[in-house]
Design a binder for this molecule. Structure first.
Ligand code: ADP
Length: 396
């Protein structure tokens, strides 16, 4: 038995989960939030207990110290040598990484060189990695990339129709995101596809960030997010795909800079922007029930975009055997699942058991009826366990 930690370091947060491998037993999980502040928050859950405190956490190294201290204090580990490996989530692996990699100097340099493609994320991941290295110098560190699963796309699926010089010189292309989740979902989905020689899966990771991926024979063929997570379907605060001239036109109309408009496309658009109610689909759906017209429009746009991508990927895959719903909205919102299935049912012959669908939240289930042309399932995603699995495979 080996203890392996999965880490997700953001610019002001550090989430962690400790596993016993290969059993995949969760020993503890927690989060340091508001790193950089005097009133930061540190929370940890273990066994059936939890603790939360407010205290100064001025940098990530301090956050890692607190993680270590808490695990020793609570008896989750007897000494830190029990932790043999740490897996770090990395948002952008660019063209370099098609699978997880040992976090050595070369990996570190490449992640650093990719900062322009994911400025907030990759920088924070490196800070997190260095903090762990300082406090736990002897463990195996592994980098697990959100983009890696999508590296099997063919050029016609990842090249943008811009001057090829830019594709080559600036590596400007589709990379996608949520790859660790889509890989997990595609593996978990196989149990519904026994006897099918070349399984074709469309996985819908729909949370406040949302992406859809077409998967054939376990490999990604196409994915909706683009150069960054801004592309693809509409999200909580992101636009998803747009006519590129919208940027130019709105900058001229409003006098805002490209950077300001880019921030608006990322942080004030999607559900938030159209509904003017909230970025949270729960609030938007509630407003729909109350007859709020902008909320109704926002929801229609959202469903339309998901249905359109499913249609696109149905064609790309030459058909589909399984559609998976996952993440915050996909796992919890029966209404969204039902409306998406309704929107594709005429064209694709998808049928779900509506009663079963409306009774299920956050649990795995096969929703499609026997006469549905494509199976439909809810599968709760688990990115951390994928990080732990990959990390453990390097330690073995
Ligand atoms: P992310 O990881 O991208 O931050 P999550 O996958 O955790 O997002 O999804 C969070 C979102 O899930 C929330 O913003 C909310 O819109 C949505 N959500 C959660 N529960 C429900 C529900 N019961 N009905 C509708 N939407 C829900």
């Amino acid at each position: 038995m080996v203890k392996v930690m999965a880490v997700n370091a953001g610019s002001s947060s550090l989430k962690f989960k400790l596993y016993e491998m290969p059993e995949e037993k969760v020993l503890c999980s927690g989060n340091a939030e508001r790193i950089g502040h005097e009133d930061a928050i540190f929370g940890i859950k273990w066994a059936d207990q939890s603790e939360k405190k407010i205290l100064p956490i001025l940098d990530h190294a301090r956050a890692v110290e607190l993680v270590v201290q808490a695990m020793l204090e609570k008896g989750i580990v007897k000494n830190m040598n029990e932790i043999k490996a740490v897996g770090h989530r990395i948002v952008q692996g660019g063209k370099y990484f098609s699978h997880s990699e040992l976090f050595n100097k070369d990996t570190e340099d490449k992640i650093e060189s990719l900062i322009p493609l994911a400025p907030l994320h990759n920088k924070a991941h490196l800070v997190g990695f260095r903090a762990f290295k300082k406090i736990l110098p002897d463990v195996v560190n592994v980098a697990v990339f959100d983009t890696a699963f999508h590296q099997t796309m063919e050029p016609q699926d990842y090249v943008f129709p811009i001057p090829y010089e830019y594709t080559e010189k600036y590596d400007c292309r589709r990379y996608g995101a949520h790859g660790t989740s889509h890989k997990y979902l595609s593996e978990m989905g196989l149990k519904y596809l026994e006897g099918i020689k070349h399984p074709r899966i469309i996985s819908c990771h729909i949370g406040s960030g949302a992406s859809i991926t077409a998967i054939k024979d376990g490999a990604c063929v196409a994915t909706s997010m683009g150069l960054t997570p801004l592309g693809g379907i509409m999200m909580g605060t992101r636009t998803g795909d747009l006519d590129p001239s919208v940027m130019n036109y709105l900058c001229k109309c409003t006098g805002k800079s490209v950077e300001e408009m880019y921030q608006i496309f990322n942080k004030q658009s999607g559900f938030q922007g159209v509904s003017e109610v909230s970025n949270d689909s729960r609030d938007v759906l509630k407003a729909c029930d109350e007859g709020n017209e902008k909320a109704i429009l926002a929801n229609k746009l959202f469903i339309r975009r998901i249905a359109d991508y499913i249609g696109q990927y149905y064609v790309r895959l030459g058909g589909a055997d399984l559609i998976i719903f996952s993440a915050g909205i996909g796992e919890n919102s029966a209404r969204t699942r039902e409306e998406v299935c309704e929107a594709i049912s005429e064209a694709l012959g998808v049928k779900i058991n509506k009663e079963l669908n409306s009774s299920i939240r956050g649990k795995e289930a096969l929703l499609s009826t026997n006469d549905s042309k494509i199976k439909v399932a809810i599968i709760p995603t688990d990115e951390e366990v994928m990080i732990a699995r990959d990390t453990f495979s390097f330690y073995k």
